[in-house]
Structure formats: C-alpha cells, structure tokens
Ligand binder design. Structure first.
Ligand code: SF4
Length: 275
C-alpha cells in the first residue's frame, strides 16, 4: 500500500506565527493567559497549550487581570476595547491575512458600500469583520433573497473556496450598479484545497486530518469527497481498519490548523496496516 501526503498539509503560516507568539507570551508576559475561543481549531494543540497555562474562555465576564491573546482568526474591535478598559494586556496573534480582510471590510463600509462577507455565519473570523449592517452569505442561492443596493463591496472569509466566492460575486452583479470585490482568500488555503483535490483524484481512499471545528479542514473533506471515499478524522485511533482493506493508494491531507506530528502518526498507522 502506498501512502501519499497532499502537498502543503498541516500548519499554515498564520497558525505557525500564532503559536510562536503564544510561546513567547507564555514565557514573558503577565499571567493568567486567556484566549476568547480556542487559539486554533485543533483540540489536541489546544489541550497541550492549556497544560502550559493558556485558558480558553467564552467571554470576558469576571476577567479583570492578565493577558488576552488574540487568536489567528482575530477579534471584533469592540471586544478588544472592552478588554483594554479592563486593564488586560493584549497580545495580538491575528494572522496578517485576516487583518488585511478586516481592513478591506472597514474601508468598504467607510466608503459607503453595503458590505457583503462571503463566509460561514458565526465563524469567529467573519464575526471579526462584520458590523451591524453587514450581510453574510454562505451560498450562491442566498443572493436571490437579498435586496438591491446602489453600491456593494465584497470580501471573503480567508478559508472560503474560490469557486463559491466567484459564484456569489457573479450573482451579486444583478443586485447593484457598482460592485467592488476584494478576493481576500488565503493563498495557503487555496493551495491546500488544490493539492487535496489533485490527490483525491489519484487515490483509493482519502483521510483528512484535523479538528471537527476547523472550517478549512471540513472544506478539504468536502472537496475530497467529490472524487473519492473520504473520512475526516482528528486522531489515528479513529481509523477503522476496514477502510484500508484492499486499497493500493491512500491519500492523507491535513488542514491549516493540523500539526505535523498528527499527520505523521496517521501515516505510520496506515503504513503499519499496509505492512
Ligand atoms: S489559513 Fe491563511 S489566513 Fe488563516 S491563519 Fe492560515 S495563513 Fe492566515
């Protein structure tokens, strides 16, 4: 049995950067340490960090001292202001690509465009870009129900698929005279999607590794399923050995928040079955 790992699998630049910033903060800044929501969408990495003192909280209620680490998805400006007023030290690990998308969203609104965010409603990154007036669209079919506006400005959640974004933009043209588009999709994510698609076409089975709460990992699994039998797992023990029976080539891909050691563990487990 051959095992092939999709190119570019695992931690992206933004996640590596966020982890490095956290490591430094844990060593140097004033505790206790908090993140609003998990630092990245991978429970195994979050567990490791919690053992080193990084607490995941849902809101700032009762938090009066310590350091708030802004995760790679970013935070709404209003939340950051509240944290500052409470005297918390802020360590910003927002990915620069997410920051760019946030800035584009704010610029569009400042210039009077109706902001449309193509992304998953409720996802923290989308929340960090949204305002009271912005519209979030997940699927092209949702455009039909939208009102028309004289000027519309569009940005994307960085992990959106380019196909979905393009289709929504195409349909939005019927809703406005002036459409300004910022395709703020992360190139690391598009590369991972491309390499997963290419690998899925060649193999008998795909294993997609990553958090079940990770939007980009879920998207990799959706893409892969279009071409071959696919399972989304978080840990090697979830592999049902019956999946591997009579397979010649097994493909593996991991999302942007999946650590390399997990990908290695899954590869070893599959290989040991093959042997
Ligand atoms: S996927 Fe892209 S935008 Fe998201 S954290 Fe990674 S590098 Fe940044």
């Amino acid at each position: 049995m051959r095992v092939i790992i999709a190119k570019g699998s695992g931690f992206c630049f933004g996640v590596k950067r966020a982890l490095a910033i956290v490591e430094e903060a844990l060593g140097e800044e004033r505790g206790p340490f908090y993140t609003l929501g998990p630092l990245i969408h991978n429970p195994q990495v979050v567990d490791r960090l919690s053992r080193r003192g990084l607490k995941v909280i849902d809101n700032l209620k009762g938090i009066k001292a310590g350091t708030l680490i802004i995760r790679s998805h970013g935070l709404p400006t209003a939340t950051i202001e509240i944290a500052k007023k409470r005297g918390l030290k802020i360590v910003d690990a927002t990915c620069p690509y997410v920051k760019r998308a946030q800035e584009r969203a704010r610029e569009l609104e400042a210039k009077g465009y109706q902001l449309v965010i193509v992304g998953d409603r409720g996802h923290p990154e989308v929340e960090s870009m949204a305002s009271e007036k912005s519209i979030v669209l997940q699927r092209p079919s949702q455009v039909e129900k939208m009102e028309s506006y004289s000027r519309i400005g569009v940005v994307a959640q960085t992990t959106q698929s380019l196909e979905n974004f393009k289709e929504i933009v195409k349909r939005l043209r019927s809703k406005t005279k002036e459409l300004k588009v910022h395709a703020t999709i992360c190139s690391a994510v598009s590369r991972q999607q491309r390499s997963t698609r290419e690998l899925a076409k060649k193999v008998d089975l795909m294993l997609i590794i990553g958090g079940r709460n990770s939007a980009n990992t879920k998207r990799l699994a959706q893409i892969s399923k279009e071409f071959t039998e696919t399972y989304h797992i978080e840990r090697p023990f979830e592999i049902d050995l019956r999946w591997l029976k009579n397979r010649e080539i097994v493909g593996i891909s991991g999302g942007a928040s999946t650590p390399e050691w997990l990908i290695d563990e899954v590869r070893e487990k599959v290989k040991s079955y093959g042997n």
